[in-house]
Design a protein around this ligand. Sequence first.
Ligand code: FAD
Length: 430
Amino acid sequence: MKRSLVWFKTDLRLDDNETLIKAITESDEIIPVYCIDDANFKTTEFGFKKTGSFKTQFLIESLIDLNKNLRSRGSGLIILNGKPHEEIIKIAKEYNVSKVFAKREVAFEEIETEAAVEKELFKHHIVLETFTTSTLYHAKDLPFAINKIPDVFTDFRKKVEKETSIRAAFNKPEKIKSPKLPDTEFPNLKNLCLQDIKPDHRMAFDFIGGETNAIKRLNYYLWESNCIKEYKNTRNEMIGADYSSKLSPWLALGCISARRIYDEVKKYEKERLPNESTYWLIFELIWRDYFRFMMKKYKNKFFTLSGIKTDKITVNELNPDVLEKWINGKTGSDFIDANMRELKNTGYISNRGRQNVASYLCNDLKLDWRLGAAYFEEMLIDYDVCSNWGNWAYIAGVGNDPRENRYFNIEKQADTYDHDGKYRNLWLNN
Ligand code: FAD
């Protein structure tokens, strides 16, 4: 009898999950586990929580859905609480497993956690095998070594599109063999010391976690509403459910894979139409990949003030009052304030909004950009370590932007993207 443990992390899905498929193929029985890691709920050096209420609620919903889907195939999910390097080994010994399968990490802290787990397992002669499952392009198929990946996105994209193909997605397993697993105990916001979420009537889209809802949203955005065929024209809007795909929270927790979205867009192009908009959704997923590969290339540099650059940057000394005003949407710049209030009340803002509030913090307030990135880390329902710190570094001028000074003229931006003031009115006067 060969038993393996599947350690779910930000890959909370059955579909296109190579880790799960390989574990099932190589084992007689599998034990699926998820560990609520203490470290993900601590307060960081910048004074913000690593995970806030919006993302945690979405995570809990995703775990409930994962457990349901696993149980319907004969398995189930065990939720552990504590430090992964202590908890994973305990459960591995309890079920007498010989191998642990997991997603391979790219960011600094996540790699450290993975290494600590591997070290503990090794002491007990248990092997950890990891798989690359979150990107569109597989790291092994890139036409360059990680340390040779161009620092300019367009150079990366053009070469990758020309010389590499995207691997086929894995199908969902039909049946999963596991021993009888205990009932799953889910966490809640209260026992994770997080505040309840107050629903906000101005929110246009209700994000509910889990693979089932991710697939629903994908089907809606492509097949039911055909919104994708206008995506390139609408993606800079700021009000409503459908100006962009809203897939980011599901992608961040791996409830859906980028490859599954790609396959479905390709199917849509074949059966309905290919146009600039259908391509643009894939283009944005390549940006997502790029930030992951950059994180792999530059490691913890993305968390330093000068980012991936060698020149030192100067910032204003922190005035807590100035930062508070930015956080609470009380800067006096109505466009910034509207966005910051939407973020605070919903955990989500548009890409246009993110670029503007980030630029304002870096270029107008001249604060350490990492304060903004850390605040986003706590607040965003779709927080993703690579996309967040990569985008912030980009806007702060210490990341992958080839232009020297990307300054957003906030008034001009407001006039272009909220000409009639509807967005500002929604978040400032309601
Ligand atoms: P769509 O426009 O429908 O795009 C489809 C998908 O492509 C997204 O779900 C996302 O996975 C990917 N994508 C789109 N734009 C980007 C981008 N600029 N960088 C990387 N991937 C992208 N995205 C996150 O997922 N998590 C974050 O923590 C995050 N932090 C950000 C911080 C800043 C300062 C900025 C400027 C951008 C950040 N983004 C982040 C990128 C982007 O704003 C969001 O992915 C997007 O707004 C999510 O909405 P959507 O799913 O409707 O996107």
